[in-house]
Design a protein around this ligand. Structure first.
Ligand code: SF4
Ligand code: SF4
Length: 381
């Protein structure tokens, strides 16, 4: 597909009744918002990322998706930061409760990164199925059309490759694009992932991809895997977290962590919420709202008389060990997809990958010391 046909793809989605959401430049960042047309995509913009730092920058080409994760993720649309659960009004005989049954909009997510596609699947597991399934989440999710974009431009803080969630998109998309710029051409390899994807694509000017273009697209994605800014030893994370409950490193990170909760707000898989009940001054009308909450908040673990996790050490440990460890026990996967947002949007630049490396080094030291002590004990006996 030629880049000019992005306009046709956007129009086909609109014609199919979708509200099209995608990346766009606003307030000095690439954010997710409704796209009035394909021209709203961030053509020619990239990002520079570092722990605690984010800047958009001009690219030397006109790529539409030449940027990595921004401050928001798709959870803003599937699991909104604030939503009404019900309202109640006083009646002559008591009160009446009205559920907040707003019809879910049909949304097309235009430009979902592979790591974020994995994050959506994790939220499906947590919020769409099983014990904690939410009907509002399920209603929104069921109408979503996904245009994934394979990653050819990993950021300095990305580590999806080591988490097995990128840079190529796994199943779950309706259409997947791979962007190719250079040599004067700006084209996309398009892959169809569902009958709905095929229907939408039928209305867009495309031609069969030749072998050379397919190879070029595949190698751009494979090269991206080798250019990830960071990595983690994914295979040992569950056991490392379990073995690290008493690690001294928690004190080190607690001395830097502001417990602001930014990492949980930016994370595409964090799902915790609280509820807030309000009444108007007359007492005739009440509402219950669901709001995002964070395990970094003192109130989060408040139980009759005080918070269970009162120290920053205990709160950071809870967040990391749940994300990388006990999430596996609870939901059958890691809670982290390696998008790097928590690193970028932490105001003091705490880097999850650095914390994991420090915990791993400490665990090895502890094992070595124990082995040495055993050796000394055996010699003495
Ligand atoms: S923990 Fe950090 S890197 Fe992992 S998914 Fe959440 S924001 Fe992304
Ligand atoms: S790790 Fe960073 S973003 Fe997360 S709570 Fe601590 S200071 Fe805030």
């Amino acid at each position: 597909m030629e880049a000019a046909a992005l306009a046709g793809l956007h129009a086909a989605l609109r014609d199919a009744g979708y509200r099209v959401i995608g990346p766009t430049v606003r307030d000095g960042a690439i954010v997710l918002g409704e796209l009035g047309s394909a021209d709203d995509l961030p053509f020619g913009w990239g990002v520079s990322l570092q722990p605690g730092g984010y800047r958009i920058r001009r690219r030397d080409d006109n790529a539409a998706f030449g940027h990595s994760a921004g401050p928001q993720s798709w959870k803003h649309f599937l699991h909104p930061p604030r939503e009404k659960v019900w309202s109640a009004r006083r009646t002559a005989g008591g009160f009446e409760v009205e559920p907040a049954d707003e019809p879910a909009p049909r949304m097309a997510f235009f430009g979902v990164r592979p790591c974020d596609l994995s994050a959506i699947k994790i939220q499906d597991q947590v919020l769409g199925r099983g014990q904690h399934a939410g009907s509002r989440y399920a209603a929104r999710r069921s109408g979503v059309f996904i245009v994934a974009v394979n990653c050819t431009e990993p950021g300095e803080t990305c580590f999806c490759s080591s988490m097995g969630t990128g840079p190529g998109a796994g199943p779950g998309y309706d259409l997947a694009l791979t962007e190719m710029t250079g040599d004067g051409a700006h084209q996309f390899l398009v892959e169809v992932g569902s009958p709905a994807g095929a229907d939408v694509l039928a209305g867009v000017p495309t031609r069969p991809a030749g072998e050379a273009a397919t190879r070029r697209a595949r190698s751009a994605v494979a090269e991206a895997a080798g250019r990830m800014g960071r990595s983690v030893p994914a295979g040992i994370l569950h056991d490392l977290m379990a073995a690290s409950s008493d690690a001294a490193r928690w004190d080190d990170v607690a001395a830097r962590c502001l417990t602001c909760g930014n990492c949980t707000m930016a994370c595409p898989t964090c799902f915790c919420t609280t509820v807030e009940d309000t009444t108007d001054l007359s007492g005739d009308h009440a509402e219950r709202w669901q709001l995002w909450d964070s395990c970094f908040d003192l109130d989060f673990s408040y139980l009759h008389g005080g918070p269970v996790r009162s120290s920053p050490r205990s709160r950071y440990r809870q967040w990391l060990t749940h994300k990388l460890g006990t999430w596996h026990d609870q939901f059958g996967s890691s809670g982290c997809v390696g998008c790097g947002r928590c690193i970028v949007w932490c105001p003091v630049g705490i880097d999850l990958t650095e914390e994991v490396a420090a915990l791993e080094a400490e665990a090895l030291r502890t094992l070595r010391d124990a082995a040495q002590q055993r050796g000394t004990g055996e010699e003495e006996s």
